[in-house]
Design a protein around this ligand. Structure first.
Ligand SMILES: [Zn+2]
Length: 131
């Protein structure tokens, strides 16, 4: 791979001075590079999504919240599914399986509530006063 190859939409793969951030693009999930190393903050991904510092903070925070919402929803759904299976097992006389499934549902419900607490209190809106 060359230092100045092209991405799928013509965005450069890498150029001198760019720094891989280890952060993913909030729009496509691809790798994000800082355009100018430590001189300024300006970001782009492989397919050409570009972000100013403020836009990067805002879009990343939005994606973060969406991801937490998905985690909460999937965790709550998993708890509901375990409860459904526990009830099914109970009606068929599988009391040990029903008890185990109910315990797993309890843990999942607890986890969903903790995720809700974190999403509601631990995340603050992005703050950026730069350019
Ligand atoms: Zn992207």
């Amino acid at each position: 791979m060359s230092d100045a190859g092209s991405g799928a939409e013509g965005a450069p793969l890498s150029l001198a001075g760019e720094v891989a951030t280890g952060i993913t693009c909030p729009r496509c999930g691809g790798a994000i590079w800082n355009d100018h190393g430590e001189k300024t903050l300006a970001f782009h991904c492989r397919i050409g999504h570009r972000f100013s510092p403020g836009a990067m903070l805002a879009e990343h925070a939005t994606k973060h919240h969406e991801t937490l919402d998905s985690a909460i929803r999937y965790t709550a759904e998993a708890a509901a599914l375990k409860r459904l299976f526990a009830a099914w097992a109970r009606t068929r006389g599988h009391s040990l399986a029903a008890a185990r499934l109910a315990e797993e549902a309890d843990v999942l419900e607890s986890t969903a509530h903790e995720l809700e607490r974190v999403a509601g209190t631990a995340l603050s809106p992005p703050a950026w006063s730069g350019p």
